[in-house]
Design a protein around this ligand. Structure first.
Ligand code: GLA
Length: 670
């Protein structure tokens, strides 16, 4: 069902084409504002509105009391205006009466701190009490609105696990034990082996003695931590499934929840969630804490498309300008909103929704930007929003087209958890840091890339990049080896293939899972300290990592010229079957990484998109008949690119000029 509905995201709003939507929290406003809201939504072309996301205390103000009058009215107003509804189940945050009556549902942090209500999401994900009350809310909502013609999407909860993904309370501990019994088939010896509990006298003699990996005096057991991550992701998914089952029993409307494929959330393994979604929806905000926020946006968008199996997806939330939850909440630069939105659409979004409709005047998010700013209608921000609505409307014909990629990057949440587990070789190696570096190199080289799950079918990808894929199963490694045998070029980078699915080191020389494929054998890691760089014999500069290894059946393409692994190989190549397997033992500078990718792409026969550079992002979407080229100039200088077709941004024939900061979306003459 997922792919089918994803292909029809356009049907989620009345206008067809690309969806333009937002979160709407009318309960924060006097009823007199609502008709004005609807009028402005129509003016901007908003076609899909998410409501009742945080509705619990409004519709169920005290135990046993239900009041749908406001929701009835707002749904009626939106429906009359032809605006479709993305209806929240209302369970994102429990009403205060519930946590007051049942303080035992409050979540607990790893240091034992009980998190009090007063913010949001103050519940233990495993709490049966919370789950029962939430089920009643969902049931009431679907029974009341399940057949309403305006309801076109169900929005389960909100960003499940955003704050409460890891709960360390006694209820969670009991649920963890139950989950472990299932995973290990009630075999305690299997668990002891998996976690290596002979180490530091951690051997269990009963499942009942196992606890959550709460704060400890020393480093904790990595196997236990890894399984706790798996368990915690599954518990959140169980919350989704419980609500979705109630909805599906009573309604045919597609069901989803908003993912957080973003740099600062890592607790949910969305590969295991995606199949439960009728539409893949993601929330994404520029993260100004990163060196390259827009590079992260592009990676997240490609990963979201991967979760959708290549089909179009929905950007469920983003911001028009600043957020309010980073240390420095920067305004977007002129044109940046348009560039961000173009990048999402270029990479497969068929809908763009914002958090939120009208900027709040109260509450924790009152300084978060919105479609209607505090300044009101007479503002540059509002005019920009109306303009954006017009652009999305003109882009309607792009809906349903797909991004085509000859290259794939492998990404895994399990690897993320494992590589950043306690007691690791270097804190300087962050999983996303390695993913972003590889993705940026591909993007700078003009290579459009899918982001796929280890184990996914790699047929059809001629270039495969495997950055720091620390944890991998034998079967998943075999898929990569097969792809190489069949003719692909694979670049595998340091720290890949080191541990098995239980975080156990594969012995006999690193990287155990890829040693034969790469024809190398590594004996010792030699990480670099922050700021330290090393030179390679091919003239490139690198940082973060080096290691001491030998080739057993590979050619040395470049060696370390200095640093702790001086004289040893840094970049190797092995021909395997019809393809090539390359190993990269360090992180090259951005330019050097781009040059390496360009070289590998050429070897693989993957043609870059002409004109793409670090500053000029170019991606193509097509459907076999029509083809759309998205050109985004992130730089400070005008660019000249050969473009032939009709520019949907200017609604005029394309010229080659892409001014600094501008976006061009060309329907190509084919
Ligand atoms: C998330 C939440 C929203 C809101 C925004 C603010 O995406 O889902 O409720 O808090 O963040 O950026």
């Amino acid at each position: 069902m997922a792919a089918a509905v994803s292909d029809r995201i356009a049907t989620l709003s009345a206008g067809g084409g690309l969806v333009f939507g937002c979160d709407y929290n009318p309960e924060q406003w006097d009823r007199s504002v609502w008709p004005e809201d609807v009028r402005l939504m129509q003016q901007a072309g908003v076609g899909l509105v998410a409501i009742n996301i945080f509705g619990w205390s409004s519709i169920n103000p005290s135990r046993g009391v239900w009041d749908f009058s406001a929701l009835d009215e707002i749904i009626g107003l939106l429906h009359a205006a032809g605006i479709r509804i993305n209806l929240g189940t209302g369970t994102a945050s429990p009403a205060p009466w519930l946590t007051a009556a049942h303080p035992e549902i409050l979540p607990v942090g790893e240091d034992g701190t009980v998190f009090h209500p007063g913010g949001r999401q103050a519940y233990c994900p495993s709490s049966p009490i919370f789950r029962d009350y939430a089920a009643e809310v969902v049931t009431r909502v679907v029974e009341r609105y399940g057949d309403h013609p305006a309801v076109s999407l169900w929005h389960v909860s909100n960003e499940l696990g955003c704050h409460n993904a890891l709960c360390y309370c006694t209820t969670s501990a009991a649920a963890f034990r139950g989950w472990l019994r299932e995973r290990y088939d009630d075999d305690l010896d299997a668990l002891n082996r998996a976690w290596g509990t002979t180490f530091w006298s951690q051997r269990y003699s009963s499942f009942d003695d196992i606890d959550v990996p709460a704060q400890a005096l020393s480093l904790r057991n990595p196997g236990q931590i890894l399984d706790f991550h798996r368990f915690s992701s599954d518990e959140q998914l169980a919350l989704y499934r419980a609500e979705a089952a109630i909805l599906r029993e009573r309604s045919d409307v597609p069901v989803t929840t908003n993912f957080m494929v973003t740099a600062h959330i890592r607790n949910l393994d969305y590969w295991t969630w995606a199949g439960d979604m009728d539409v893949i929806a993601n929330d994404h905000y520029l993260d100004r804490r990163l060196d390259d926020p827009r590079g992260e946006l592009s990676f997240a968008a490609d990963l979201t498309r991967g979760l959708a199996g290549g089909a179009p997806w929905l950007l469920m939330e983003t911001s028009t300008g600043a957020v309010n939850w980073q240390p420095y909440n920067l305004a977007k630069a002129p044109g940046e909103l348009r560039r961000n939105i173009a990048a999402h659409v270029a990479r497969g979004a068929d809908g763009i929704c914002f958090f939120q409709w009208r900027a709040s005047t109260q509450g924790a998010e009152k300084y978060h930007t919105a479609l209607v700013p505090h300044a009101g209608e007479d503002s540059d921000q509002w005019r920009e929003v109306v303009e954006l609505g017009g652009l999305l409307d003109r882009l309607g014909e792009v809906a349903g087209t797909r991004v085509e990629a000859d290259a794939a990057v492998l990404f895994s949440w399990e690897s993320w958890w494992a590589i950043e587990n306690e007691g690791r070789p270097s804190e300087g190696v962050t999983y996303l840091g390695q993913l972003h570096a590889a993705h940026a190199a591909l993007s700078d080289a003009g290579i459009t890339t899918d982001v796929v799950r280890p184990g996914a079918d790699l047929d059809g990808y001629r270039l495969i990049v495997v950055p720091a894929l620390h944890l991998i199963t034998d079967d998943e490694a075999a898929v990569i080896a097969r792809a190489v045998e069949n003719g692909a070029v694979a670049l595998i980078t340091f720290q890949s293939g080191i541990v098995d699915e239980q975080d156990r080191v594969r012995t006999g020389g690193y990287p155990g899972a890829f040693r034969d494929l790469l024809g190398i054998r590594s004996e010792e890691f030699a990480p670099l300290v922050p700021g330290q760089t090393v030179a390679l014999t091919d003239g490139s500069t690198a940082s973060v990592w080096s290691e001491r290894f030998k080739t057993t059946d590979a050619e040395v393409v470049a060696a370390f010229a200095d640093g702790p692994a001086a004289g040893g190989p840094a970049l190797t190549r092995r021909t395997a079957g019809a393809g090539e397997a390359w190993f990269l033992a360090t992180q090259p500078s951005r330019d050097d990484y781009r040059a390496l990718i360009a070289r590998l792409a050429e070897t693989a026969g993957v043609a870059p998109i002409p004109g793409a550079t670090r500053e000029i992002e170019i991606v193509r979407r097509s459907n076999g008949t029509d083809s759309y080229l998205f050109v985004i100039n992130h730089g400070d200088s005008d660019a000249e690119i050969s473009l032939v077709g009709h520019d949907l941004v200017t609604d005029a024939p394309a010229t080659g000029l892409v001014p600094a900061g501008a976006v061009r979306i060309i329907k190509e003459d084919v």
